[in-house]
Write a protein of this length. Structure first.
Length: 529
């Protein structure tokens, strides 16, 4: 756990995200061209959840210590020292220089660790790390993470997903934000950072943003836009051309090393062989050797490089998310991400419920939840969905029905959110039923036969009456019944019954269900309407 965390923190750029400086594109491989200049706030949002989980896991008993490899201890100490040294900066926005200083220290710690392991491997010697120190480190890292999350809060109540960083000549790191992305909203909702009111504000804004597709009642990954045609690219604006004596001189001389001018229209383009700024610099260096152009190149080299980069903006190239209209591209609904959004909203609903949020706020969160749920394919007609709505598909582009059939990751989130709707919760090993999100309309309007396979693999059936709903957990049937008073009746395999007040099972009965001991036959849950 610690190495996973430390590896991410060695690439942490305050207020920008986790620097994507290796050929690993994160979860969203549609943005895989961001490697190099990209920083992922999405990773920071999930890192926050990781830190909170770690604090909760370890703080229960802080009197203990654990043996850790000396190499990991050294990395741990270096990152801890960096955070402690710069903790005073968390009260405000950081300067570009401060941001670069922190990154240099974190990156050096990671570099030293990697060099040691790659060269010599682990020494197999260990030192003890006090759990109290571990928890303190998690809490310190959480402060830096929360500071960055706050810095990425947009004016429209959404949050940035990915940023672009630039290492400037003065030694600082500047940040440029990319357009809004659904992935960022899902991640920040999952992080636990947002108060219930902030989560509701984000969802309200999201529903009225460029990410919402009215025709499908759902959300696209990135705002749709019309990409420029080939003939619209690489055109140097006349006003920019007038600023450069060098470019005008090259055009007049017919010199095509840097630019090419069309004979009929007079339009000016950069030479197509100049694929990036480095190659342009090499061409300028070659041009500089000619006495005729030497002084102009010296005077205008940075001007030409800036013009080139502003024209092509290679730094903002994200990959297929900015160049395709299918396969998780522009205008696409990616159904796995919508399912992740649904689960994140459900979590925020239950967090708000446990925090004592008022009824109006809870009802609004619930309305958002079911609005998102209705937009998912299974609730649609084949005409709107573009296929049989019970079949899973990858995505829906803006100009066609669903595409790429197959068992996608959406299925996992759908199962989790369905159990959440049914109110299933396990806390401290106890199974409980909290039906705040389930709709009354889901209960049967008439008698129905419920079939299931028990823990021995035998087909069983139950006759259900009006006002019931049934499902299984670990192959044990759970039957909900609308009643005047909440209680649980456990029917055991030996024919006896056990009644429980409230809607929670004890650890022994819960363990019997989870371990499939076949000692529990059925669970009857009576619920006040």
């Amino acid at each position: 756990m610690l190495v996973t965390l430390l590896a991410k923190l060695t690439n942490f750029v305050p207020e920008a995200g986790i620097w994507m400086n290796t050929q690993r594109p994160e979860w969203n491989d549609a943005n895989n061209a961001l490697v190099g200049a990209g920083a992922s706030m999405v990773t920071v949002y999930y890192l926050r959840r990781f830190l909170v989980f770690g604090i909760k896991l370890f703080q229960a008993d802080q009197t203990k210590a654990v043996p850790i490899s000396t190499e990991v201890i050294a990395l741990f100490a270096a990152i801890q020292n960096t955070f402690q040294e710069h903790q005073n900066l968390l009260t405000r926005s950081m300067t570009n220089i401060e941001r670069k200083t922190i990154l240099d220290q974190l990156g050096s710690a990671g570099s030293d660790y990697r060099k040691k392991i790659y060269a010599d491997g682990f020494s197999e010697t260990k030192k003890t790390l006090a759990i109290a120190d571990l928890v303190a480190f998690f809490q310190l890292a959480l402060q830096f993470v929360d500071h960055s999350i706050q810095a990425n809060h947009r004016q429209d109540k959404l949050h940035h997903a990915y940023n672009l960083i630039k290492i400037n000549r003065d030694g600082g790191i500047s940040i440029r934000h990319l357009y809004e992305m659904l992935e960022g909203q899902v991640a920040v909702l999952s992080s636990g950072f947002l108060a219930p009111e902030a989560a509701l504000a984000l969802l309200d804004s999201l529903r009225h943003s460029a990410l919402y597709r009215e025709d499908q009642g759902s959300y696209i990954l990135y705002p749709d836009r019309q990409l420029p045609r080939f003939i619209d690219k690489n055109n140097i604006p006349p006003v920019e051309l007038d600023k450069s004596r060098l470019l005008k001189g090259l055009a007049a001389a017919g010199d095509k090393q840097i630019i090419i001018q069309e004979s009929q229209s007079g339009a000016v383009h950069f030479n197509g062989d100049l694929r990036n700024a480095r190659i342009l610099q090499e061409a300028l260096a070659k041009l500089k050797q000619q006495e005729r152009w030497q002084r102009l190149v010296e005077a205008e080299e940075q001007l030409i490089l800036n013009l080139y980069e502003s024209l092509f903006d290679h730094q903002s190239f994200t990959g297929r998310s900015g160049t395709f209209y299918k396969y998780e591209g522009l205008g696409c609904i990616y159904w796995h991400m919508v399912a992740k959004l649904l689960l994140a909203v459900q979590e925020n609903y239950y967090w708000a419920l446990k925090s004592g949020a008022n009824k109006s706020l809870l009802e609004q969160l619930k309305a958002h939840y079911y609005d998102i749920r209705e937009g998912i394919g299974v609730h649609k007609s084949p005409m709107q969905y573009g296929a049989f709505p019970t079949d899973p598909y990858s995505h829906t582009p803006g100009f066609a029905g669903v595409q790429q059939p197959g068992m996608t990751g959406q299925v996992k989130e759908d199962i989790l959110s369905r159990f959440g709707e049914l109110g299933i919760e396990v806390q401290d090993g106890k199974l409980s039923f909290n039906l705040h999100l389930l709709k009354r309309s889901e209960f049967l309007a008439g008698p129905q036969l419920f079939q299931y396979y028990d823990v021995n693999g035998k087909l069983q059936q139950l006759e259900l009456s009006t006002g019931m709903i049934a499902f299984t957990i670990c192959q044990v049937p759970i039957i909900y019944i609308l009643a005047e008073k909440s209680k649980i009746i456990v029917t055991k395999s030996n024919g006896t019954e056990e009644e429980k007040a409230g809607l929670e099972l004890d650890t022994n009965l819960s363990a019997a269900i989870f371990k499939r001991t076949d000692s529990v036959k059925q669970i009857w849950v009576y619920i006040e309407p």
